[in-house]
Design a protein around this ligand. Sequence first.
Ligand SMILES: C[S@@+](CC[C@H](N)C(=O)[O-])C[C@H]1O[C@@H](n2cnc3c(N)ncnc32)[C@H](O)[C@@H]1O
Length: 284
Amino acid sequence: MISMALKCIVDLGVPDAISKSPEQPVSLSNLAAAIPLHPSKNDALRRLMRPLTHAGFFTTTAVLAGGEEAEDHYSLTTAGKLLLRGDSVNTLLRDRLFLDATTMTLWGMLSAWYLYSADAVPFEAGHDGASFWECMEKDPAQKKAFYETMVGDSKLVAGVLVSECREVFDGVESLVDVGGGTGTMAVAIARAFPKLNCTVFDLPHVVAGNRGELYYRSYTAFCHDFLFFGDTCALLQWILHDWDDEGCLKILKCCREAVAGDEEKKKKKGKVIIVVLTPKINLT
Ligand SMILES: C[S@@+](CC[C@H](N)C(=O)[O-])C[C@H]1O[C@@H](n2cnc3c(N)ncnc32)[C@H](O)[C@@H]1O
């Protein structure tokens, strides 16, 4: 419900309307007037804002105006600002990508997948056995949406990585961003550390056409010839969650060999940097 409510307020342009309003916090009536809303839906908007306020995207203040009934006034929280259109670190595209009709259909098939399907993931069950990456290649609109979403994510993470975690790159001379998409992260690293040689490694159809500040390389399988790049550091950002344990082991072994495969490289202290979201685990 929260996800669908989020999609709806993003579709309606609510976060942008709050952000642009000269009135802060903005009243429900002014917010309703600032977005394309059917005149009968003001109270429905208030009900839509309630769970999202509870989820931490907005704060609400009830303001009494001239003896009238209190009216809710809204402002954006830090999480809410991530929903702004055009913000370099917005999650807008991702929310739409993961909540579009095609993706939502897959959720309806989840129990059938558990009961009857031999496919590794529900996505493949819903796409005649084709992998997510194969489908991206064949569907230019989805591909554009997905890789633009990755750009938004990467901008957010890259900003933190190069400012808060600079020491991670100590001693690193060359880096390959494994599954680096269209190169946002690698460009940010190359700009922050001009002496560091950066390469992006991704699928041919992703790498094609990207010939900006960096080298781009592609192979259809993760391990092919990857060992011979000669880089001292492999970066894996938002990669491992896409593969099962066996696939992850293959990729990680490949990275380890790539950065420490011969005596010369060992002296240079090869590194594998993994950026991944992990659940907080309380060990007892
Ligand atoms: C979840 S995205 C992460 C992209 C990027 N690291 C980021 O954080 O924005 C996974 C990436 O792996 C790439 N990928 C998938 N299969 C691959 C393969 N066999 N070889 C190289 N890259 C692959 C995809 O094209 C995609 O760019």
